[in-house]
Every structure is written in structure tokens, then in C-alpha cells.
Design a protein around this ligand. Structure first.
Ligand SMILES: [Zn+2]
Length: 92
């Protein structure tokens, strides 16, 4: 399970990120629906906000479950290093 403070990367990039915030569960429409690319039935998911380790730039990961699996495709967030801080629940 992914927690705030974990160092992660995605299956589609070598960039490393620190998770800053997790929000959800959420049933919002997938972005690809709103631009007419897909017509998926919305599935329960969470939104992750993080920062890119190299320069602290913002990063956003949408439509993932709490294990880091994208609910619509095969993308995955994998944990490189768990936070050493006590677990701080930031789910609303
Ligand atoms: Zn959502």
C-alpha cells in the first residue's frame, strides 16, 4: 500500500517521485472520456499528488487504487523506498 512520504516511480518513466497527498476514493470520469477517446464506466480510484525527486516539480497520478495499480490500464506505481516517518493518513 502506498503512503504519503513514499519514494515511488511509475512503470512508464524512470523518474522518481515522493508522494505528498492521496485523495479519494473518487468516481470522477476518466480524462480520456472527457476528450472523447474512451467511454469507460468510471471505477473507484484515488488521486496521488507528488513531487519529482530531481527538482521538486509537481507530479500527478490519477486513477490508481491504493496498491498503485491504474484502474483503467496496466500502469503501476511502484514503491522504491517506504517513508521512514510514522504513517500519516491523508485520505479524505
Ligand atoms: Zn477521480
Amino acid at each position: 500500500m502506498i503512503n504519503v512520504g513514499d519514494r515511488v516511480k511509475t512503470t512508464y518513466s524512470e523518474r522518481e517521485h515522493i508522494i505528498k497527498k492521496i485523495t479519494g476514493p473518487c468516481m470522477c470520469e476518466p480524462y480520456t472520456n472527457t476528450i472523447g477517446m474512451t467511454n469507460e464506466k468510471p471505477k473507484k480510484h484515488y488521486h496521488y499528488r507528488g513531487v519529482y525527486c530531481f527538482d521538486n516539480g509537481p507530479s500527478y497520478f490519477n486513477n490508481y487504487d491504493l496498491e498503485g495499480n491504474n484502474v483503467y490500464n496496466d500502469d503501476k506505481i511502484t514503491i522504491i523506498e517506504k517513508t521512514k516517518k510514522p504513517i500519516q493518513l491523508s485520505i479524505f
